[in-house]
Design a protein around this ligand. Structure first.
Ligand SMILES: Nc1ncnc2c1ncn2[C@@H]1O[C@H](COP(=O)(O)OP(=O)(O)OP(=O)(O)O)[C@@H](O)[C@H]1O
Ligand SMILES: [Mg+2]
Length: 279
């Protein structure tokens, strides 16, 4: 095996583009032993997703990279090898491709999330009130978030990606397939978490935060309209607003000063919104 180069990675993992006799593959190495259990959950999620896509006989462009091997290297680090996807991350894709293509691709991602939502694991009821209040109290920001109507819904567990940001969606150049990478276990075992991550992108330009690339508001408006057209998401307006705020508050400590001001403004704007979709 030959290491060609290091790919980006910021979660305590090393991500290497490698080559063996026949082909390229990606090795993801867990360099932080405290992260190992989450790393194993990631591997399970990738396998579960792959089974889910097969079971649904999914004809759309959505895929996950195939896992090729799991093991421990000579230095003792756990790794998994996966299919290499030669493509563009969605946060770059939206700036380089025509709006029509971007919206069409995004609509396929939304259809997939809707499919996840329908796949309820019955009788596994989520105690939303407890989870949301717990999460907000841990974040302990001095912002008054009204949770009054956000937990009025009954949710059961569903399959979910757990970190569906634009940086974890990779569009393969040659095939245009949409690969979902880097899934995570997350506090809410429900696909609404994936919806909320997409909302965080659309309302707070999350994956653009460090890129320095100028945002094209037209694209974001088009993506927001695509989300608005989904009546299923609108039903959860209050809850989604809370989940988006949790996402944003969670990330405040990692932002440098300049970004923090913009983020604070976005947070206040969202707090003020009666309806995520109509403002
Ligand atoms: N299968 C793959 N094929 C091609 N590139 C990949 C693949 N998996 C990961 N990458 C590249 O490596 C980058 C980082 O991978 P990944 O998102 O899995 O880890 P991470 O960013 O360290 O985790 P986190 O996003 O939680 O911090 C991706 O943004 C992508 O550019
Ligand atoms: Mg990632």
């Amino acid at each position: 095996m030959k290491v060609i180069r290091t790919l980006n990675g910021n979660s305590g993992c090393n991500i290497l583009l490698c080559k063996n006799d026949h082909s390229y593959f990606v090795r993801k190495l867990c360099m932080d032993s405290t992260y190992e259990s989450r790393f194993f959950k990631q591997i399970h999620k990738l396998i579960n997703f792959s089974d889910f896509l097969k079971k649904e006989n999914h004809k759309s462009r959505i895929c996950v990279p195939e896992i090729l091997d799991v093991g421990r290297d000579i230095e003792g680090y756990i790794y998994y090898d996966m299919q290499y996807v030669n493509g563009l991350l969605f946060n770059k894709y939206i700036n380089r491709m025509p709006v029509g293509d971007v919206v069409a691709t995004f609509s396929i991602i939304l259809d997939f999330v809707s499919l996840e939502m329908k796949n309820e694991i019955m009788f596994d009821i989520i105690d939303l009130d407890k989870i949301v209040k717990n999460k907000l109290s841990q974040l302990n920001q001095n912002i008054d978030i009204n949770t009054e109507h956000c937990t009025d819904v009954l949710l059961t567990k569903t399959i979910s990606h757990g970190d569906l940001t634009f940086e974890n969606i990779l569009i393969e150049n040659e095939t245009n397939k949409i690969f979902l990478i880097d899934p995570m276990d997350c506090y809410l075992d429900n696909a609404l978490d994936d919806v909320s991550k997409l909302c965080t992108e659309i309302f707070a330009f999350w994956s653009n935060r460090n890129s320095g690339t100028k945002i094209n508001p037209g694209i974001y408006l088009a993506l927001r309209n695509a989300m608005m057209n989904n009546s299923e998401f609108q039903k959860y307006n209050n809850l989604l607003k809370c989940l988006v705020l949790i996402d944003l508050l969670r990330t405040v400590p990692y932002l440098h000063k300049k970004g923090s001001i913009e983020l604070a403004n976005t947070i206040h704007k969202i707090v003020e919104m009666d309806n995520l979709w109509l403002n």
